[in-house]
Design a binder for this molecule. Sequence first.
Ligand code: FEO
Length: 169
Amino acid sequence: MVSKKMEKELNNQLNAEMYSGYLYLAMAAYFEDSDLSGFANWMRVQAQEELSHSMRFYDYIIRRGAKVSLDAIEKPNFEWGSPLEVFDHVLSHEKTVSGLINNLVNLAIEENDHATNNFLQWFVEEQVEEEESASAALNKVKLASDTHNGILIIDSEFASRVYTPDSQE
Ligand code: FEO
């Protein structure tokens, strides 16, 4: 069992991961609208990853005999000024999510909830990867932003990103 407080926080994180998926789908739509289908692909893959993150919380809540509660998902921003602005936001968003995961780990430690702490460690590592990949993408977009050609080159690179499901052992 997990505590009532932990149940609530795990559900909040399930919702936050769904929101991340929504946010990346909104960014994908922005890029589709800008005829940058490679950028849109990068965001679609990111959105799929986020859905799989929320399902990890969903499954864990059930496995611990707690109750899944699904709240409304906040409406994401659809208006962006440039690809650079979008990727700036991706990195800052992922840093925020890392903070949320850290808060959850702190709560698990406070409550002596080793099982939840153990479950969360996958996310601690995942957030290192998420920040790393957002930062690498942002740097590329920054370098490319000065020229139209640069953006098109990055667009064709981002077109090759594929979603690889995590193993859920
Ligand atoms: Fe689920 Fe991008 O963190």
